[in-house]
Design a protein around this ligand. Structure first.
Ligand SMILES: *Cc1c(COP(=O)(O)O)cnc(C)c1O
Length: 359
């Protein structure tokens, strides 16, 4: 007897990578699988197509590479921008600083991350500012200090906020003045584009970004991020880096074909808009609950809030999963491309009931 598949588990707010693969990406994967034997290591038609589609999307002749995950995308991109004696300026909450196990330092043979001082409104929102960059670049010039070479920003940020076009332009301006490259960790790039309602080029190369790690996984792929070099010179030998790091997929088409499915008909953007809308719905539903303090209105697909301790415990007991104490104390409630309004409403109702019970 064939076993029936397990019942789908309840949706959660722990992360957007708890969600599965979106139907369009999965269909493209199936289509790729129906196309018989194909060249390996990226020499296939799917990889050509997804790369051309990304060039169309960004309206520029960028250089594109696919890797398995965001840590590799960031680490290898930064390594390609740095010598070992260089440094990378980032925000205290940057994923490259807090969640990549030293990957950027390892793959760059020791380039140091220089974390901007926390404090002020921008820091509260998880952002880097031109002043913070300027301060780090100018505080030392001597040979004993790792030479600043890159500014790295995350769009949308780790705190669910979004850099405006103007903010990116001014960071790019200081980077340019100080001869620094600008790297963008775009694990949630789609959510930022959806929020800003701008053309993707406006917050990347047209604003001065040199390389973007364009996240696919959290947007609905099974696996796979695109490293997009707008300055193609910076991608010299990048293919070798990818291979040496164990990030070159031999059946590359199963990473690139889902990107085709994602890019066709703007599925990537529609997925992001949906996730963002669910975060707004969640915000509206919980902001008035007594004892709940939303840290800032959501700008992407997450809500950060302080919740009463007893309510947090109760929510966990009844099976809700979400992270506490993320970057400054709040609970992080993350919505995904497939988060259902009913899930949001059920969570909000359980939260209100838990607060009532504790009162
Ligand atoms: C999820 C995420 C990544 C990628 O993480 P992996 O687990 O390595 O795929 C990178 N940057 C940010 C901001 C993220 O949230």
């Amino acid at each position: 007897m064939p076993q029936s598949p397990p019942r789908p588990a309840r949706q959660q707010f722990a992360s957007d990578n708890l969600a599965g693969i979106c139907p369009q990406a999965l269909q493209s994967m199936l289509d790729a699988n129906s196309s018989g034997h194909q060249p390996a290591y990226g020499d296939d038609a799917w990889t050509q197509k997804s790369t051309d589609m990304l060039r169309d999307l960004f309206q520029t002749d960028c250089d594109v590479y696919y890797v398995f995950n965001g840590t590799a995308a960031n680490s290898l991109a930064l390594a390609s921008l740095c010598q070992s004696y260089h440094s990378v300026i980032c925000a205290p909450v940057a994923h490259i600083e807090t969640d990549e196990c030293g990957g950027p330092e390892f793959f760059s043979n020791g380039s140091k991350l220089l974390v901007a001082e926390a404090g002020g409104e921008a820091a509260r929102l998880g952002k880097l500012t031109p002043d913070a960059v300027e301060h780090i670049v100018t505080r030392r010039h001597d040979i004993h200090y790792p030479k600043p070479k890159v500014v790295s920003i995350t769009q949308a940020t780790e705190l669910g906020t979004v850099y405006t076009v103007e903010e990116i332009r001014s960071l790019a301006a200081i980077a340019k003045r100080r001869h620094l490259k600008l790297h963008m960790d775009g694990a949630r790039f789609a959510n930022a584009v959806a929020t800003l309602g701008v053309h993707p080029s406006e917050i990347t190369w047209r604003a001065g970004v040199d390389v973007l790690c364009f996240g696919g996984t959290k947007n609905g792929l099974a696996v796979g991020e695109a490293v997009v070099f707008f300055d193609r010179d910076l991608a010299a030998d990048f293919a070798w880096r990818v291979k040496q790091a164990g990030q070159l997929a031999s059946k590359m088409r199963f990473i690139s074909a889902p990107w085709v499915g994602m890019l066709e008909n703007d599925t990537w953007l529609r997925n992001a808009r949906h996730a963002n809308a669910m975060a707004q719905r969640l915000f509206e539903a919980i902001r008035g609950v007594p004892g709940v303090q939303v840290l800032h209105p959501p700008q992407a697909n997450s809500v950060f809030a302080r919740l009463p301790g007893a309510a947090v415990a109760r929510l966990h007991t009844i099976g809700w999963k979400f992270y506490e104490f993320i970057a400054g104390g709040g609970c992080r409630l993350m919505c995904a491309w497939d988060t259902q309004p009913e899930t949001v409403d059920a969570f909000a109702a359980d939260l209100a009931a838990a607060v009532d019970e504790a009162a």
